[in-house]
Design a protein around this ligand. Structure first.
Ligand SMILES: NC(=O)c1ccc[n+]([C@@H]2O[C@H](COP(=O)([O-])OP(=O)(O)OC[C@H]3O[C@@H](n4cnc5c(N)ncnc54)[C@H](OP(=O)(O)O)[C@@H]3O)[C@@H](O)[C@H]2O)c1
Length: 287
């Protein structure tokens, strides 16, 4: 059985990734401050990837490294640039070096934030031009991966939604908490992205690994939606009143966000069809 090491295993996407892959691979779940909740007999390990402890990863000799860890809060990345650079760039530089030395297949989760959002519906080879520090760190990380002699997959994704494992905050949890209390929620109607169901993302990555694909992929849902439109659909799926969701116009929070960061979904191997957002929302509420 091959060994698959997943960083960010305590995070929103990482928990699902571990759950998805643990039957197929000997799975090493790497987290930092929090724990991985996916129920399975994986090996859990805590490593701060921004410190020399990252070297411990060599001890597992992974055939596959899926790097889901990152500093993902855009506001925090702007405020704490050094920390963001360490986690989002330097840890990738170190990991990809190790991957090269160990001949591991390296999978990196990147973002729609590498684009400036002036046009939208971006293709894999469109010119990237991040407008915030988070996007800059992720684009630099993509760059350093490409410079190494390593089998790599860069999966750019966008506005990932789904129920979180444990108590981790995410968009769906935020909506549920507010709507249950009957609070109004104000969402941007002029920022567009390509919402992606977390289980679909993990399924795509699983299949791309199986097919030994390499290069840059846009692993996203097929629809371009504003945050407001996504909020309405989630609210309907959860059975709350949509009147609690209000439109608002984007106001800069001291840094920029791309206005339309939607991505054109890459051509996928057969067996991976886009089932549409209603299908995914039904799946989400069934859980
Ligand atoms: N969610 C989205 O909509 C989205 C969209 C595009 C791209 N992405 C990318 O997908 C990846 C996963 O996103 P996510 O939403 O799952 O993020 P998340 O829920 O914020 O999880 C981040 C993970 O990174 C880990 N981490 C942070 N600093 C670390 C450090 N110094 N050492 C080791 N681990 C560290 C965290 O560990 P602890 O919690 O244990 O400290 C956590 O497991 C990220 O690379 C992100 O850039 C996400």
């Amino acid at each position: 059985m091959k060994t698959c090491l997943i960083t960010g295993a305590s995070g929103f996407i990482g928990n699902y990734m571990v759950n998805n892959l643990q039957k197929k691979y000997r799975t090493i779940a790497v987290s930092n401050k929090n724990k991985c909740h996916a129920v399975s007999d994986v090996e859990n390990v805590k490593i701060d990837l921004a410190t020399p402890a990252i070297e411990k990863i060599r001890g597992y000799c992974p055939d596959i490294i899926i790097h889901c860890a990152g500093m993902t809060d855009l506001r925090e990345c702007e405020k704490e640039r050094k920390k963001a650079y360490k986690i989002n760039y330097l840890s990738v530089e170190k990991l990809v070096q190790m991957a090269e030395e160990m001949s591991s297949y390296f999978i990196f989760i990147s973002t729609d934030q590498v684009f400036d959002g002036k046009r939208g519906y971006y293709k894999e080879d469109d010119v990237s031009n991040p407008v915030n520090f988070y996007g800059r760190t992720k684009l630099d990380a993509e760059g350093i991966i490409k410079e190494h002699n390593v089998r790599y997959l860069i999966c750019r994704t966008s506005s990932v939604y789904g129920l979180p494992y444990g108590n981790r905050d995410n968009f769906v949890k935020f909506l549920i908490e507010h709507l249950e209390r009957g609070d109004r929620v104000s969402l941007y109607s002029d920022l567009y992205s390509s919402p992606t169901y977390v289980k679909e993302l993990c399924g795509i990555i699983e299949m791309l690994i199986e097919k030994k694909k390499r290069g840059v992929f846009h692993a996203v849902g097929g629809q371009r939606l504003s945050r407001y439109e996504l909020g309405i659909l989630i609210c309907q799926a959860l059975g709350f009143q949509t009147s609690l969701i209000e439109m608002s116009a984007y106001i800069s929070e001291g840094f920029d966000r791309p206005l339309d960061s939607s991505l054109r979904r890459s051509e996928m191997p057969s067996g991976i069809e886009d089932c549409g957002i209603h299908y995914y929302l039904n799946d989400m509420v069934r859980l």
